[in-house]
Design a protein around this ligand. Structure first.
Ligand code: SER
Ligand code: ZN
Length: 898
């Protein structure tokens, strides 16, 4: 049994490490059953450290073979090994410490440290995986230069590590040996090695300063036909970082390797990024538009980490958002720039809005619930039990919003100046979020004499989603509009346990606003010496007022344009005002938002009716608003597909007093079908007008057409039109790409009649059974299907292709069912929750990090309707009571039950 006692670590307890470890030499004798690792560290006591400071190293699941100092075996009384640490005493101020240990890669199902996947060796060290490879100071503020020797049988011809290849030879015993040297000091979480039988695609490009650099993408033999998009994306990312941020690749060689067993999306190891294959492999036949977009964005993300994460890294893991929030912001901007390139101004603005909408949809579905639940934490947490549990939507996505607000406050040029200053001050260091804000502030105070970012720092200190209440008054005599903004943020998560008298401080909220007259025309706003359609109000106290003059009548406000801050807006628009904004707002984001608010009201009122047992009716005014959007010729297809998408159950749930997912699912389904019936002709027209014949391209314009066409198809199918099924069958049989194929198959299995849908599903598997990523799609489609019950999910788990050991497969079936199948999961008989508990425990025995992610599916149980709340609580208690639970899962379920 594991003895995984949870220990809480606090940010305030940070202490510098007493030793520097400037150099590390690692030698690996790679073998799946037992790999021997020799680690030679140059260890130097810091000048200000006490002379008797022990050298305390971390280790997990390692067998210690030997310890030596300066070439001599260390006497047994000079070191002490406990469960997770090794302490060495009485070291000279400058010593060479050699530790030999063994680990077991083939038996490592945690996918942290060194493990085997598909017969090859891979590593994952962030956050604390390096301690599963060798005893080391496993913390990001210890930075070392690495020299790595890899020795392996010829069955592993490709041997990779960070930096540059400096030697390669065959050993007398027939094994191969290579040496890699990374010229840049790095924390151990950025260490990586890959060994195995791999193929690659490569290209050489010239950097801005004229250096030739080799870019390579490695994959399983046979998959080299699917790495072109990833390699092209890498070239685009390299160029973009040079152009937009003046940041150049600092290595001669940059490698990306695809692996099928991986806990996260990808990892930015210096010069050797290791990727979940789902974010590398793509071709038209097997990857969807969303897959292409995801690959480009994750390739960008990991590449951008080379500066924001690797050159400047985190002092401790509480600072995770320093690199993640910033790098997500950078990848979002990269994607937006790629989508908008080669477009005219209006099309580019729409493409950017589409990207912004997609990012905000993600934030609201994943981060807002987190910020309102038991795991709520500031983007820079104050404590954790298991850092693996803090790779969250808050640290990443809200963290990116906090960076974006600084970008908004400083402007593009100001932000760039702040970034330059950040690198000037901190290149080569391990720093804090405060250091980042200080660099930005140095620019902000020059731009805005008398102001600073003191209040802004509360975004890093406090959790929860602030609520901004808006009041609008008009004085006819003075033709003046007065806007009053008030903010409020209730204590959440750990803040609720704060001592009495704890009051949250106000935030610095950049709040973009526009005003429309009653015909929908934009009113010019005079603000801070300029006249514009959009005014950026900086709310820094609890309540503030602004005046706008020369306005004849009470206008309709367009609020939080472009989602200028991660807040919830309270303003009581009438439905007619929302319809006006939805039809006329010149800010495409706010225009989308108005339509979404209308749809939200509509679905919530349908869910109410459903709960009260009343007949469901759609409001004709809502149908009219949707018709207007669907048929507006000025809107491109990608934008229309977003504008017409019904808000997700996760977003809607945040608006319910007591969450009732099945009622929401029924309401959404009803509305989808009703729209399909009442707008049948318009949807059919959109379906016909947005076909994309010819060769497949994942570019935004054809992808947008497919999105709209397939949205139309789903409405027509939901409405039960016979003709629609014919269209879906035809599309399925003739689809030239995976997007159309999946969309048709999804519509068919969810709404189709007769035998075709299930036959198509079976044929789909037969066709793609050798492609793991497509088989994942096949499982995911069924796991989320309307007809899928717990029983169906259990049957699917018996399929020979199913395994919990592969995280992508577990996500495709188990996570998909538990997180996205409202009816099957949230059944009042509690069988969905019992299934969840079983799977959490089964996964925990294999891979605690993945188990803890699934555990979070019941975070917000206390906000559900009583009939669901009770069995949810019981399931959580069952998991908490299980003996031998990992500390990862313990932290999640105990916080949920607190
Ligand atoms: N550092 C990694 C990333 O976000 C963790 O998955 O890119
Ligand atoms: Zn990242």
């Amino acid at each position: 049994m594991r003895t995984d006692t949870p220990v809480t670590v606090y940010r305030k307890d940070y202490q510098p490490y007493p030793y520097d470890i400037p150099h590390v030499a690692l030698a690996f004798d790679l073998a799946p059953e037992a790999t021997e690792v020799r680690c030679v560290m140059q260890v130097q006591r810091k000048a200000d450290a006490s002379a008797d400071a022990a050298l305390v190293l971390d280790g997990e699941d390692l067998e210690l073979v030997s310890v030596a100092v300066d070439g001599q075996p260390l006497a047994a009384d000079r070191y002490h090994q406990s469960e997770h640490s090794l302490a060495l005493y009485g070291l000279p101020a400058d010593a060479s410490v050699e530790i030999v240990s063994r680990c077991k890669p083939a038996a490592n199902s945690t996918l942290m440290g060194l493990y085997v996947s598909g017969g090859n060796f891979f590593t994952q060290c962030e956050a604390e995986g390096f301690r599963r490879i060798t005893w080391f100071a496993d913390r990001p503020d210890v930075m070392s230069r690495y020299r790595v020797t890899l020795r392996a049988e010829p069955a592993y011809p490709v041997l990779l590590s960070n930096g540059n290849l400096v030697a390669s030879r065959q050993l007398p015993d027939g094994r191969n040996e290579v040496e890699w040297e990374d010229p840049f000091p790095k924390p151990c979480y950025l260490f990586a090695l890959v060994a195995g039988n791999l193929t690659h695609r490569e290209t050489t490009v010239k950097t801005a300063s004229g250096r030739d650099v080799l870019l390579q993408v490695y994959s399983d033999p046979g998959a080299e036909t699917k790495t072109e998009w990833a390699l092209d994306s890498l070239v685009r990312a390299l160029r973009w970082d040079e152009t937009r941020f003046g940041l150049e690749l600092d290595l001669d060689r940059f490698m990306v390797v695809a692996v099928h067993d991986f806990n996260m999306g990808a990892m930015e190891n210096k010069g050797l990024n290791i990727f979940n294959a789902a974010y590398v492999l793509a071709d038209a036949e097997t990857a969807t538009d969303a897959n292409y977009e995801g690959i480009e964005s994750v390739i960008g993300h990991e590449y951008f980490h080379n500066w924001t994460g690797n050159r400047v890294t985190c002092r401790d893991w509480f600072q995770l958002s320093l690199k993640e929030g910033l790098t997500v912001f950078r990848d979002q901007e990269f994607s937006a720039d790629m989508m908008a390139q080669d477009m005219d101004e209006a099309a580019a603005a729409s493409a950017r809005a589409v990207k912004r909408i997609d990012d905000v949809v993600t934030l609201r579905a994943a981060q807002f619930p987190e910020d309102a639940g038991p795991m709520a934490h500031p983007i820079r947490p104050d404590s954790y039990q298991e850092i693996g549990n803090f790779y969250t939507a808050t640290v990443y996505e809200k963290g990116a919003e906090v960076i974006r607000m600084q970008h908004t406050l400083l402007g593009e040029a100001g932000f760039r100046a702040g970034m330059d200053e950040y690198f000037r001050r901190h290149d080569g260091q391990a720093v804090t979020c405060d250091d980042f804000v200080a660099a930005m502030e140095s620019v902000y105070v020059r731009q805005h004499p008398g102001r600073d970012l003191a209040v802004f720092r509360n975004w890093y200190r406090q959790a929860g989603t602030p609520r901004v209440t808006v009041k609008l008054e008009h004085d006819a005599a003075t033709r003046r509009v007065t806007v009053t903004l008030s903010q409020d943020c209730q204590p959440v998560g750990v803040e609720k346990k704060a001592p009495a008298g704890f009051v949250k401080a106000p935030y610095h909220i950049p709040f973009a606003i526009g005003l429309l007259d009653r015909e929908g025309r934009a009113l010019p706003l005079r603000h801070e010496g300029a006249e514009r359609e959009t005014a950026l109000l900086e709310l820094t106290t609890q309540t503030q007022q602004w005046h706008f003059d020369g306005i004849d009548a009470l206008p309709v406000p367009s609020l939080l344009r472009d989602f200028s801050a991660p807040v919830i807006v309270d303003y009581d628009w009438t439905d007619a005002e929302l319809a006006l904004l939805s039809a006329h707002d010149s800010n495409p984001f706010a225009r989308w938002e108005a339509g979404q608010e209308l749809a939200t009201r509509q679905i919530l009122s349908l869910a109410d009716a459903r709960q009260a047992g009343r007949t469901l009716h759609a409001d004709p005014a809502f149908i009219d608003a949707w018709r207007a959007l669907l048929t507006d010729p000025s809107l491109d297809a990608a934008y229309r597909a977003r504008a017409l998408a019904l808000p997700s159950e996760k977003t809607l749930a945040e608006r319910m007093q007591a969450v009732d997912p099945p009622a929401l699912a029924v309401a959404r389904d009803f509305l989808r079908a009703e729209l399909g019936r009442q707008l049948a002709a318009e949807f059919r027209q959109a379906f016909d007008d947005n076909q994309t014949p010819g060769e497949y391209s994942p570019a935004p314009v054809p992808a947008g057409k497919r999105a709209l066409k397939n949205l139309a198809l789903s409405h027509l199918m939901a409405a039960g039109e016979h003709e629609a099924q014919r269209l879906a069958e035809q599309q399925y049989e003739h689809a030239g790409n995976m997007t159309d194929s999946m969309a048709a198959l999804s519509a068919l299995i969810n709404y189709g009649q007769g035998e075709f849908p299930q036959q198509a599903l079976a044929a789909f598997y037969d066709k793609w059974q050798d492609n793991a990523l497509v088989v994942d799609k096949w499982f995911a489609l069924q796991a989320a299907a309307r007809y899928t019950t717990v029983q169906t999910a259990r049957e699917l788990m018996k399929h020979p292709a199913f395994t919990l050991r592969n995280p992508n497969r577990a996500r495709a079936l188990v996570f998909q069912f538990c997180l996205n199948n409202a009816r099957g999961m949230h059944h009042p008989d509690g069988t969905g929750y019992a299934f969840w508990a079983e799977q959490v425990l089964a996964l925990d025995a294999l891979n605690p990090e993945i188990a803890a992610r699934l555990a979070r599916a019941l975070d917000n149980w206390s906000r559900f309707v009583p009939a669901l709340r009770t069995p949810m609580q019981a399931a959580l208690q069952q998991v908490r009571g299980h003996e031998g639970l990992s500390r990862n899962v313990q932290e999640i379920v105990s916080k949920a039950l607190e």
